[in-house]
Design a protein around this ligand. Structure first.
Ligand SMILES: N[C@@H](CCC(=O)N[C@@H](CS)C(=O)NCC(=O)O)C(=O)O
Length: 238
């Protein structure tokens, strides 16, 4: 049986899956999809992920039937079921607690932080006025801070979001790992700070964040993906 393939670019949504794979000890091949060069719109990739966004996973059942999964939350649940291990508990109510925090990340923290990241990058484009983006930056930063407060409400008195370290922690962590750009520092969120540091130190997390990097980031990390946004080739390239 072929090994599973992860269609990947090193963004928060991509890294949450590569981290989970490392944590679960699953064998997997990384298939780079360079979203800065439009590869997420290639027909072969769209056949697996009609939404044209990384990550996506191709796996096979025991009888060789392809299993294509897109949306990072669905991929984490699929891998969690496959590993049948502690990162995605088998029993209720533990599993539903993980699902709740995972959906909270997918519907709230990820999209809001993604929009904040987008407007921060757009405001860095040299020929555009930063003032034009003051309101969306204010709006999304305020919402992201509110969501950090929700995390803090749980993490102030608990080690993990649910009963034990889980795919929900991994999903939220890759977004919180961008806290410097989002909120500056953790001064108001000591529980989140402790949780973030504990996860950052895990060997599987370090490996998962480094499964593949593009040869050139086309200026993405050094000055924001301004050129791609200006050219209309990157939407949510957070
Ligand atoms: N809800 C989706 C979001 C996926 C997403 O937005 N991926 C971004 C990278 S983090 C992407 O592929 N962007 C390419 C583009 O905007 O064209 C998920 O969680 O998988």
């Amino acid at each position: 049986m072929p090994r599973p393939q992860l269609f990947y670019f090193p963004t928060p949504n991509g890294k949450k899956v590569s981290i989970a794979i490392e944590e679960m000890g699953l064998a997997c091949d990384i298939v780079p999809v360079n979203i800065l060069q439009g590869e997420q719109q290639a027909p072969d990739f769209l056949a697996i992920c009609p939404n044209g966004r990384i990550p996506a996973l191709r796996d096979w059942t025991a009888d060789g039937t392809p299993v294509d999964v897109f949306e990072s939350g669905a991929i984490l649940q699929y891998l969690g079921r496959k590993a049948a291990g502690p990162l995605y508990p088998l029993e209720e109510p533990q599993r539903s607690r993980v699902d709740s925090w995972l959906m909270w990340q997918m519907a709230g923290l990820g999209p809001m932080a993604g929009q904040l990241s987008y407007f921060l990058r757009v405001s860095n484009i040299p020929d555009r006025s930063e003032a034009n983006y003051a309101y969306p930056i204010h709006r999304y930063r305020r919402e992201v801070r509110r969501l950090y407060g929700v995390l803090e409400g749980r993490l102030a008195a608990h080690d993990w979001l649910c009963d034990a370290y889980s795919i929900a922690d991994i999903a939220c962590w890759t977004w919180v790992d961008q806290y410097r750009a989002q909120i500056g520092n953790f001064a108001d969120f000591p529980g989140v700070a402790r949780w973030h540091a504990a996860i950052a130190a895990r060997p599987a997390v370090i490996r998962g964040c480094n499964v593949w990097h593009p040869d050139s980031d086309d200026g993405w990390s050094s000055r924001g993906n301004a050129a791609q946004i200006a050219a209309g080739s990157a939407g949510q390239a957070t």
